[in-house]
Design a protein around this ligand. Structure first.
Ligand code: F0G
Length: 355
């Protein structure tokens, strides 16, 4: 049987490593490409979910972090730093443990999900809660990396993008070719940049016959690329993508324009509806931001913008257990369309029946 060795070993010839590079891995990558039956019916095609919540720390960030932490170790770094809406910090903290490097994370105070915060703490990272948003955190992290001998492991670090491009490789390796459309959420815009790089490299080497249209989706209250200008006070319940000044802006617009794709906004209501769809109709539990790509596809279907018979891959970026409160609130949605707390059915242990 083939044993998955982590994405650096699996794609070694396509990544910036040498024979002596000290590989830092937790076995990331090799995530499932799950057929989404209800979405396929809706889109009149074949829709697959790239379930990135199955990575070791529960998000796609591990793909970039195995490379960035490997590089930090190769350089002899003693400390890494990152800004984060939660998943990057969880991943950095875990991989820093694996590398034997100290880790400091800057997160927006009160605006990161509990699961993610607890990961950073559990892995022993120095937690700096900033009175500001993600963009403020990234500014501060960049300054720290300039002033001190510490490695910045945000996606402005090119090694992060290198690791994350393997998501595209895996899709092509499973499907046999690139899909027609690849949809995903957009926050700091590193991942759309990375997927596009991966698809482009495979097409250039003839491993795929084409590249997909890249469809990125931002939350309506945090949609700078859609609006064409930065947003100073981004707001969305999808805290992972609550970002107003994306660092990889140009990477995202290049992916969009070169692929013939689109970057559009989805409302929090659409994100929560897609979250509910994924849980209740596909059996896939994600955090709210991760549902943005699905929300975008559903909106495009409603608008008649999806041709039939397309192969569509949607990256669902992070696990539902990261931010589980939404499931409880959503399950309690009443006939009036408003959210109510879930009311469990109370029963005596000797009197349980199922109506
Ligand atoms: N989905 C999830 C679950 C995320 O955590 C992020 C980004 C994105 C989508 C957007 O990806 O930034 O590459 O466009 N989270 C970062 C973090 C910002 O700090 O964890 P992107």
């Amino acid at each position: 049987a083939h044993v998955w060795r982590g994405l650096i070993e699996e794609y070694r010839d396509r990544l910036p490593v040498t024979a002596t590079t000290p590989v830092v891995t937790l076995g990331e990558g090799g995530t499932p490409l799950v057929p989404a039956h209800a979405l396929s019916e809706k889109a009149r095609g074949r829709v697959f979910l790239k379930v990135e919540g199955c990575n070791p720390t529960g998000s796609f960030k591990d793909r970039g972090m195995t490379m960035a932490m490997t590089r930090a170790k190769e350089l002899g770094a003693e400390v890494v730093v990152c800004a984060s809406t939660g998943n990057t910090s969880a991943s950095a903290a875990a991989y820093a443990v694996a590398a034997g490097i100290r880790c400091a994370v800057l997160v927006p105070d009160g605006k990161i999900a509990m699961g993610k915060l607890s990961q950073a703490v559990a892995h022993g990272a120095t937690l700096l809660q900033v009175d500001g948003n993600f963009d403020d955190c990234l500014n501060q992290a960049r300054k720290l990396a300039e002033a001190y001998p510490v490695e910045l492991v945000n996606s402005v670090n090119p090694y992060r993008i290198e690791g994350q491009k393997t998501g595209a490789f895996e899709v092509v390796d499973v499907l046999g070719d690139a899909p027609d459309i690849h949809a995903l959420p957009v926050g700091n815009a590193g991942n759309i940049t990375a997927y596009w790089k991966g698809y482009t490299e495979y097409a250039a080497d003839g491993i795929a016959t084409k590249t997909p249209k890249m469809w990125g989706f931002q939350a309506a209250g945090a949609a700078p690329i859609v609006k064409g200008h930065p947003v100073d006070e981004p707001e969305t319940i999808a805290t992972a993508i609550r970002i107003g000044h994306p660092a990889s802006w140009t990477g995202a617009t290049t992916a969009r324009d070169t692929s013939g794709g689109r970057i559009d906004a989805v409302t929090d209501e659409q994100i929560l509806a897609a979250h509910r769809w994924l849980s209740a109709r596909e059996g896939v539990f994600v955090e709210p931001a991760s549902a943005a790509g699905v929300a975008g596809l559903l909106a495009a279907c409603e608008a008649g913008e999806v041709e039939p018979d397309q192969t569509i891959v949607i990256t669902v970026t992070g696990h539902g257990l990261k931010d589980p409160q939404w499931a409880l609130e959503l399950a309690g949605e009443g006939a009036d369309g408003r959210r109510h707390a879930v009311q469990p059915v109370r029963v005596q242990p000797d009197a349980v029946t199922i109506a």
